[in-house]
Design a protein around this ligand. Sequence first.
Ligand SMILES: Cc1cc2nc3c(=O)[nH]c(=O)nc-3n(C[C@H](O)[C@H](O)[C@H](O)COP(=O)(O)OP(=O)(O)OC[C@H]3O[C@@H](n4cnc5c(N)ncnc54)[C@H](O)[C@@H]3O)c2cc1C
Length: 547
Amino acid sequence: MPADWDSEADRDVKADWDTEADVVVVGFGAAGACAALEAAAAGCSVLVLDRFTGGGATALSGGVVYAGGGTPQQRAAGVSDSAEAMFGYLRTEAGDVVPDWTLREFCDGSVAMLAWLERHGVPFEGSLCPDKTSYPTNRHYLYYSGSELSARAAAPPAPRGHRARGRGASGGLLFARLAAAARASGVEVAGQTRAERLFTDDGRVTGVACRSLRGAPWWARAAHRALHRAASKPFLYAPKLGRLGHRPADWLERRYGRPLRVGARRGVVLAAGGFGANRPMLRTHVPSARGGLPLATPGDDGSGIRLGAGAGGATALLDRASVWRFLSPPPALLHGVLVDAEGKRVCDESRYGAAIGDEVVRRGGRAWLLVDRATLALARRQVRRTTLWFQRPQAWYLLTRGRVSADTVAGVAAKAGVDPDGLAATLSAYNAAAYNAASGNVGVPAGAPDPAGKPADLIRAQDQPPYSLIDISIRRRPLYPAPVLTLGGLVTDPGTGQVVRADGTAVPGLYAAGRSAVGLCSRSYVSGLSIADCVFSGRRAGRSAAQ
Ligand SMILES: Cc1cc2nc3c(=O)[nH]c(=O)nc-3n(C[C@H](O)[C@H](O)[C@H](O)COP(=O)(O)OP(=O)(O)OC[C@H]3O[C@@H](n4cnc5c(N)ncnc54)[C@H](O)[C@@H]3O)c2cc1C
């Protein structure tokens, strides 16, 4: 065993492996677990390597999976949906990021994908949330998790956010069930083992060079585990604190980690997450996300993407990041009017938070929500019923600290620094649509529909003073952060998940999945689409690598 990988001049070596498996998976989050499950089901020996103890962003997530086409949960809730309608909507979000036939395969297979997750222990439930929200409370597990209602011209809308049934943020339960299923099917998991390089032999990826705490003193392993666990959540909400807390874990890896050569007889799957924790990569590729809060764990350091690129793989859409600006809960805030610094309407306020984030970024990161007295009062009454604990600071911010108010529209515009004439014109067009909706004329061409196309049942006139402008600009704000999720990664063959080079040829023996790769959500994220893509692309990579 070499003392250090740095002493290895050439990675094209026929290595004497310390350990070997048919399929080696780098990263044990949703994508890695699904890849491992499929490779094991195909009869392969599977070894999963994880820098920490597994789970990654998946285990901290909301556990929402985007699925439709008539799932049992949709049917139980009395919702009608079809794969065609799902395709029609997702095409508006995904654009040409994947070929039509891949998106169709995803939509046609969605019911079966959810059943596959259930067979591996992940529970879902058809309890439909009555409100448009960023995340339902523990009473509801099916909801409109995207902008389906706003895109009804493109496809019949249906709620497709299937939240794994578990209290609080359900991602922990979703991952725990997948991890247990993987272990039960014979998958070996090597934790505290960091992939640092890929071995190639004549261009084919044959193995992974790792640094592992296997064999380190017990106390070093225990401290590494504990430090990572303690720092992961703070990393999400206060990255500086999280980074500080994580530093000793990095040191333990450097001090006690030993090189480990892992051979892969059939293939290596890279499923090591995105690059939200890699500040230089963020600065280079997504400068527009400045002021946002990376939605990432310390494992999202871009190492999966860099390992693939080092073996010749092409990358794409690294400049795409999803920046979230949720206005609801409380849902009454969706009755408000979202404007930019010129007082112009930004977009339909009921669109998904990432779509609103995109529009705000496009306007230089500044936007305000105008609400009147009645809307504010209704929103206040809704907070208790419509929020989970982690949504309350945001609701509190929106309804108190984040807002200025005045008795007139011109007065509130002056206080916020918004153009008063622009705001007055926007509000008058919006209120005209609201009066029209109230008189039952909505949909009648001669009437005045909402200029931004907001669904009629969410339009209420904002005409009762005092008026408030709530600042939803993208800035560093602990109570109302703007989460940023990286969406780009390695380019893969849409049929196999194999990593491809810039010239379109495949890198033999190398596959990628989840946020290490370009996937269904890489152009535009809606809640549940990242984990759904992890399941879809992870399973595809695992199956292909096993062949
Ligand atoms: C708070 C939060 C809420 C979210 N809610 C949702 C939601 O409800 N629905 C949804 O679709 N998406 C959601 N997302 C996004 C989603 O969770 C992630 O995009 C997705 O889980 C990524 O899965 P993955 O398998 O690609 O990576 P991860 O789950 O991050 O797993 C990657 C693993 O790779 C390991 N690793 C990294 N580098 C190495 C290395 N060099 N060697 C070995 N191991 C390595 C890491 O330790 C980690 O365990 C949320 C994200 C967050 C943070």
